[in-house]
Ligand binder design. Structure first.
Ligand code: ATP
Ligand code: MG
Length: 357
């Protein structure tokens, strides 16, 4: 069964309990664009208590739940109105309703407020379908107010414009510039998630242009993005921004960024491919203009794969160098072999070591 077939069964089941339910959001928007979005969001008049009674609820937050249905997850949200705003991000108050249109009006953009019912019919009271056709992102209601309520919508708008190749309605575009400072109130985690989606997009460069046009680089604390080289992996972009300690990165990511910066500065060499795992090696290759397949082949055909492949044992090495220098010399030998300066042959290695002294 496809995700859509499962979602339709879910809508039908909710209806059998005398409640309304629709698919909404990104799935319907992308369906109208002829693109399959793997994520299906559902809105319903059924409240959380009933949802929990009838379905397997995995997670709940702010009246929205993740349901497990026929082995798939669906985000199900009870119809609501949102009143006021806290910290330019969260509503002060949520009022549940059984009116679909009220629920649609609290959403961000008209293209994200299109519904599909269990007969696969489109329900579109706010006119989002037209926006999809015209490839336009239009706010629901007054853009200034909607961005004040939740400033993350600024980045959502830029992210959608980038990934969907849509343009921003001029009143939304103006409101973004006017309200850009509100992004300071948004958590770095959420900002990073949106920026990651922009950086991962095949249209990331257009995303940068939009960020610059809307004067967002300074408020996002990423002025270096202006001159960054765009590689097709977000970490390779982040590492050029110098924000390792501002945005949240794992220890591993920080370590990788440091390493990538080092590799970026030095000329291409096989030693980096040798010492890195395949995933990292592919990213280094990306920086040096080499394709994934090329890196795989190079890595598989290195003259040595590890120290055990070097044709001299550490016992043999000890005859020429003191114990405490073994490790240092192994590294030198590895580098010499990988850069083609030395053949992996015992006699050659010994000769070469003698010359090093
Ligand atoms: P995608 O899943 O492709 O990223 P989406 O439009 O489905 O896009 P989600 O973050 O999954 O985005 O949110 C689902 C829906 O919830 C949106 O389509 C929109 O209607 C609503 N929504 C999400 N975030 C906000 C927000 N910050 N303000 C208002 N409505 C929102
Ligand atoms: Mg979604």
């Amino acid at each position: 069964m496809t995700q859509l077939q499962k979602a339709i069964l879910l809508l039908k089941e909710i209806k059998q309990h005398n409640h309304q339910a629709y698919i909404v959001g990104g799935f319907v928007r992308d369906y109208l664009r002829g693109i399959q979005n793997p994520d299906i969001d559902i809105c319903t008049s059924m409240d959380l208590d009933l949802l929990k009674q009838y379905f397997k609820v995995k997670e709940e937050h702010y009246g929205s739940t993740i349901l497990m249905f026929y082995g798939s997850y669906f985000e199900v949200t009870t119809f609501r109105r949102e009143i006021g705003s806290k910290q330019n991000r969260y509503p002060e108050k949520i009022i549940y309703t059984d009116n679909l249109e009220e629920d649609l009006k609290r959403r961000d953009f008209r293209m994200n407020a299109i519904c599909m019912n269990e007969k696969r019919e489109i329900i579109d009271p706010l006119g989002g379908k037209d926006d999809v056709k015209r490839k336009q992102i239009v706010c629901i209601g007054d853009p200034i107010k909607r961005l004040e309520e939740d400033a993350l919508r600024i980045l959502r708008a830029i992210r959608f414009a980038t990934t969907l190749n849509f343009s921003l309605d001029s009143s939304l575009s103006d409101a973004i510039i006017q309200k850009r400072d509100l992004l300071k109130a948004i958590s770095y985690q959420r900002k990073k998630e949106e920026l990651n989606r922009i950086f991962s997009s095949s249209r990331a460069i257009q995303g940068r242009t939009l960020l610059i046009e809307h004067q967002l680089l300074d408020v996002l604390e990423i002025p270096n993005l202006k001159n960054a080289v765009f590689y097709s992996h977000p970490l390779l972009i982040w590492m050029q921004l110098g924000v390792d300690e501002i945005y949240p990165f794992t220890k591993e990511e920080k370590k990788q960024m440091k390493y990538f910066r080092k590799c970026m500065e030095e000329p291409w060499n096989l030693y980096r491919i040798y010492e890195s795992d395949l995933q990292t090696a592919i990213l280094i290759g990306m920086m040096k203009g080499k394709g994934k397949e090329e890196i795989k082949i190079l890595k598989n055909n290195l003259p040595i794969q590890n120290r055990q492949d070097i044709k001299i044992t550490s016992d043999e090495l000890q005859q020429f160098i003191p114990v405490e220098k073994i490790s240092y010399n192994y590294k030198k030998i590895e580098q010499a072999i990988l850069t083609g300066k030395l053949k992996n042959k015992k006699t050659d290695i010994i000769e070469w070591l003698k010359k090093q002294k």
